[in-house]
Design a protein around this ligand. Structure first.
Ligand code: NDP
Length: 400
């Protein structure tokens, strides 16, 4: 059917690439382009004998628009799937505009010097993408991503209006380390050490980091502490889902993780302010990343399950209604299938599906859109088919 260029070759990209190779009817060709070409070549060597998808590799600095444009022009993909870091979103969008190529990502743009997750920078490209006749699909991971698809599906099939959404992200996995992050440590720590926030009656309410704690009993995992975090999909869902009064995001953390994080914070290791060290400028958080376990190595040793989903409260035919949509994913099953743990898996599978929606023309409108702005049905079918089956509960325990 077509060709996809995947930028980045880390934890999430590796899963998406495995999945594209399983889906060679749609992904006839892929190019893996990243900063370190040897990683792309190693993956090609592993996967090429197993798939009809023709794999090519390239080195690229995704901070450089000219380099990206030259590479896109030489490969001519139908879609560029950005699985590098949020810092590269705008340069890759610029390159897509210059070459009139569709764009998909899994995380919103973040400037390097401020840990601030907002869509305003990417939404500013709306008119340009419309005029160029190309699509930018923002946030096609799990959260954001599947959480937006779940919301659109609930709105389409279960509710006349949705008033409350609680997104619950539970990782019941255990890797045996006292402290490690399941995806890029820099991005992960920036996210969890930021202030919390949620949207109520159209306004952001800010909390101290980890100020709001709840306990929830997750199917497949059991009882876990979870904490309210700021999360990027709150901003778009509050605009795109009819009738929203409040929307919150909770993530589970174990006590060991939190104690280590507090200590690292207290000594300044999570700071993103550059400091001078032996005549060289370093960013403490980037240095910390270098000494922590590489998330890619956690797959083999992580056991347990994730359970991520959304609890909706709203109205149907004039009556109150509650509805919970979630996916349970097993770390070891993921590792057996694609050599990664469930956090990368639950992000990489929807990234492949998002690219597929655009390549097959099932999602086809010019402009910049968040994932909940598309028809959720084909994506929901694809989740069941490609490894992230969803479950529903019409009488869920609610979060107070
Ligand atoms: P990794 O750090 O494992 O991978 C990032 C990859 O991008 C690496 O291969 C890296 O290259 C490459 N890269 C970084 N900078 C550049 C550059 N300037 N030019 C070219 N390549 C570059 O991260 P993850 O795989 O864990 O995360 C990938 C993305 O997925 C992130 O944006 C993250 O925020 C997002 N994410 C989204 C989730 C969701 O549910 N929506 C959940 C988890 C993650 P090198 O190998 O040389 O370091």
């Amino acid at each position: 059917m077509g060709k996809c260029m995947i930028i980045g070759c880390g934890g999430v990209a590796s899963v998406a690439i495995h999945k594209c190779c399983q889906n060679s009817e749609v992904f006839e060709g892929i190019m893996i382009a990243s900063r370190t070409k040897s990683k792309c070549d190693a993956l090609k060597e592993k996967l090429q004998p197993t798939t009809k998808t023709v794999i090519e590799t390239a080195q690229v600095n995704a901070d450089n628009v000219d380099e990206l444009v030259a590479l896109i022009n030489s490969y001519k993909p139908d879609v560029v799937l950005n699985l590098a870091l949020p810092y590269q979103d705008l340069t890759i969008m610029d390159a897509c505009l210059a070459t009139k190529t569709h764009y998909v990502d899994t995380a919103n743009y973040e400037p390097l010097d401020t840990a601030k997750f907002e869509y305003k920078w990417q939404w500013a490209y709306r008119e340009k993408f419309e005029k160029a006749g190309i699509t930018a699909l923002l946030g096609s991971g799990f959260d954001p991503g599947v959480t937006g698809v779940f919301s659109a599906y609930a709105m389409k099939h279960q509710f006349d209006e949705i008033n409350y959404i609680d997104i619950l992200d539970c990782n019941g996995g255990d890797h045996g380390y006292p402290f490690a992050t399941n995806f890029n440590p820099e991005i992960n720590i920036r996210e969890v050490s930021a202030k919390g926030s949620y949207i109520e009656d159209g306004k952001w309410v800010e909390t101290e980091p980890m100020e709001i704690k709840r306990v929830y009993n997750f199917k497949g995992v059991g009882e876990k502490d979870m904490y309210l975090l700021h999360h990027e999909e709150l901003e778009s869902l509050a605009l795109n889902i009819k009738g929203i009064k409040r929307i919150r995001f909770f993530m589970t953390f174990g006590q060991s993780y939190l104690t280590h994080l507090k200590c690292l914070e207290n000594v300044g290791m999570t700071s993103i302010e550059p400091i001078m060290y032996e005549g060289k400028e370093i960013v403490p958080l980037q240095f910390l990343k270098a000494v922590l376990p590489d998330p890619a190595t956690l797959g083999a040793i992580t056991v347990g399950k994730t359970n991520i989903g959304c609890i909706f409260r709203g109205k149907k035919d004039g009556k109150d209604k509650n509805y919970y949509l979630y996916n349970i994913c097993d770390h070891q099953e993921c590792y057996k299938e694609v050599g990664s743990q469930a956090i990368s898996y639950t992000t990489g599978v929807p990234a492949m599906i998002g690219a597929m929606m655009i390549m097959t023309g099932q999602w086809n409108k010019a402009g910049v859109y968040n994932i909940e702005e598309f028809d959720p049905d084909p994506f929901m079918d694809a989740l069941n088919k490609w490894g992230l089956p969803w479950e529903e509960d019409f009488n869920p325990v609610l979060v107070d």
